[in-house]
Design a protein around this ligand. Sequence first.
Ligand SMILES: Cc1ncc(COP(=O)(O)O)c(C=O)c1O
Length: 446
Amino acid sequence: MNDQQRQKRFWHPMGSAAAGHCGSTVVIARGDGNYIFDIEGHRTLDAVGGLWNVNVGHNRPEVKSAIARQMDELSYCQTFDGVAHPRVYELADRLCAMFKQEDMQRVMFGSGGSDAVETALKMARQYWIAAGEPARTKFLSLRNGYHGVHFGGTSIGGSGVFQYNHGPLLPGCVLLDTPWLYRNPWRCQDPDELVAHCIGQMEETIAFHGAHTIAAFIAEPVQGAGGVIVPPAAYWDSVRRVCDRSGILLIADEVVTGFGRTGSMLGSRGFGVAPDILCLAKGISAGYVPLGATMFNHRVAHAIENGDGFSHTIMHGYTYSGHPLACAAALAVLDIVEREALPANAGRVGQHLFERLLPLKREFETVGDVRGKGLMLALELVADKAGRTPLDSAEGVAARIAETARKRGVFVRAMTNKIVISPPLTLTLDEADVIARTLREALQTE
Ligand SMILES: Cc1ncc(COP(=O)(O)O)c(C=O)c1O
């Protein structure tokens, strides 16, 4: 495979298509456990876990044989009205049992996180039609939030770069400030005060628009693509209370945080909150076969199932909703997640890794912040530590550090001026040490 073949025909998602652009590309040929191997055979610790999704590691025999068995039995079956197959029922039951504590009663399947979000937004609108308040159409979401790339998810997203080339977007999407201690408009350093500012702003915004116009608030329990932003402990509970007071639905986008990444089975559960709608993908099938799921609690399910006229009819779904191979893969993956207690491992190993990374903030002028929860961590690079001035990503420092780390055997992700770490939840303490040591070495080369 030569460079021209690699770069001519294929537009990379999230990359430049400029004619002269020839950024370097790592071609990965094989994966095994927590490691990936490039086409030259170099072995690298996969400290991004694919794309925050290979939660049980690569090449797990249990998952492969579940997919192969399903392939022999039934490789495809639709699940539109009147048709189903055994695995889709098994997975739906399994998910409702796993999220019983959140009162999740119904599930709709898609092929990934963007589908899960689109389904959540459309079904939130349908809920309000069924509940007799069709004027509730707006969505509240957070700056720096990422909710995938469909038009709905793009419209509620909190980073302009995903919107610049695709407008006009969905009307009625309103952004609130992120509960982010390191950077917030109030320059507030106290977690409780920050929650008070954010909740005050949320209440003012609801009052301005009128609760009767707002369908839902949607956010990631811990923001991922926006730079691994962990809210203060009290934030989610306060949001739940505001939603309850104003009737607004609470949607947790758990595409990254679902199935253990932050140290509990759901990110929202880790903050002691039960959402009305859950968006799931990534870890549900750990990257083996694409799958997304949107789950609804009793309130939403009951209203839609008992809606008048057309409002109980679900005119939404995909050819690949409930794909048999994806359901079989997910059932095998969830067995591993539960058997190996991966949420607990993510919490324990994640805390260990965080403690190993934290000293980098003292040691290096460019490391402004080290943050994370479970196995979802980031280093933020700054030009000036005291002023927290972000390092201009055009300088390419994060990209160079990631490249150096990769050459030394650890694959991390450079996102603008951040280095992001989201390894498989099967990561060991020793491997966490390797990640921290390698990043220190990479920072020393700058
Ligand atoms: C929180 C969140 N929601 C939605 C998505 C979109 O998922 P997908 O890329 O599978 O469509 C992502 C992807 O990273 C995500 O992080």
